[in-house]
Design a protein around this ligand. Structure first.
Ligand code: SF4
Length: 291
């Protein structure tokens, strides 16, 4: 497989074949995001993609899951995306699920009907970074989306019958907007009602605009227990129909895996207990945290 630059994928795609169909992210402006900053965005040529697929067909005995890299393969125009999905089916007929990252803009460029066409050709899961449900925070981090647009995009994915996995970021509102961030993120998660919701904690990475903001004092990351309080507000406020909810990413202090709504009270008790005790030894040590 010919990969350009570092390849990033969701943890749940660890066993998937990674097929690079774009290089970088078409948006590439989020202030906290260190990914793809060294890459100039382009859509790979069909011949390059087919070459990789033919290599994979020769090299791997069985491929049942495939993930489209890099940042947001849904930005690829519909006709080309269909050609790519058809090429996957022709060369790797065992692939049962194809996944991709997406953002609100790339999803909203597709109609529900177009998303259904992709679903029929194997697109089974879309990973959408929501980050925050607060409009002002989304503007500050240059997410390129408003809460309403995120909800609309997410609903299109679900209406097309595609599994939706979303992520939100504890701490992204800083100390100044911590409460508003948690409250509004819970509301957007309720409106989106995803199949999977992952909570991560923002990491301030050198080289990002957020790092510069933090250095100049314009952004102050909430303390560890304040971040847990944000998590508590999100769990307490969000209403899910049936969602696998995790906060077990390496960036988090308190790992959680839960099925919502059934585990809601249990998770709230756990968070409340840890916050009340204020005992840092109950949390993942700083040295074990990462992106
Ligand atoms: S849309 Fe995603 S990959 Fe692109 S800059 Fe924002 S967070 Fe990074």
């Amino acid at each position: 497989m010919k990969y350009e630059g570092d390849i990033i994928r969701p943890p749940s795609e660890a066993h998937s074949l990674l097929l690079q169909v774009t290089v970088g992210c078409s948006h590439n402006r989020c202030t906290f995001c260190p990914s793809f900053k060294d890459k100039r965005f382009r859509i790979k040529g069909l011949d390059e993609i087919v070459e990789d697929l033919e290599y994979a067909a020769r090299r791997f005995r069985r491929v049942d899951r495939l993930f489209l890299c890099d940042g947001d393969a849904l930005i690829i125009p519909q006709k080309r995306l269909i050609e790519i999905l058809d090429a996957i089916r022709a060369r790797l007929p065992g692939v049962g699920r194809i996944g991709t990252y997406a953002n609100a803009k790339s999803i909203r460029k597709k109609s529900v009907e177009e998303l259904r066409e992709l679903k029929e050709r194997g697109l089974g899961i879309v990973y959408l970074g929501i980050e925050s449900g607060n409009e002002e925070i989304l503007a500050r981090i240059r997410k390129g989306a408003t809460p309403d647009r995120i909800v609309e995009a997410a609903r299109r994915v679900k209406e097309a019958g595609i599994t939706l996995s979303v992520t939100v970021l504890l701490g992204i509102g800083g100390t100044a907007m911590s409460a508003a961030h948690a409250r509004d993120t819970a509301r957007v998660l309720t409106d989106v009602d995803p199949d999977f919701a992952g909570v991560l904690t923002v990491m301030i990475v050198p080289g990002t605009p957020l790092y510069e903001e933090a250095r100049s004092g314009g952004f102050v990351l909430p303390g560890t227990f304040a971040l847990l309080e944000e998590l508590g507000v999100i769990v307490s406020g969000a209403r899910f129909t049936d969602c696998f909810f995790t906060a077990n990413h390496a960036s988090n202090y308190l790992p959680i895996r839960a099925r919502m709504p059934g585990d809601r009270e249990k998770v709230l008790r756990l968070i409340g207990d840890v916050v009340r005790r204020g005992d840092a030894s109950l949390l993942r040590p700083e040295s074990m945290r990462g992106l």
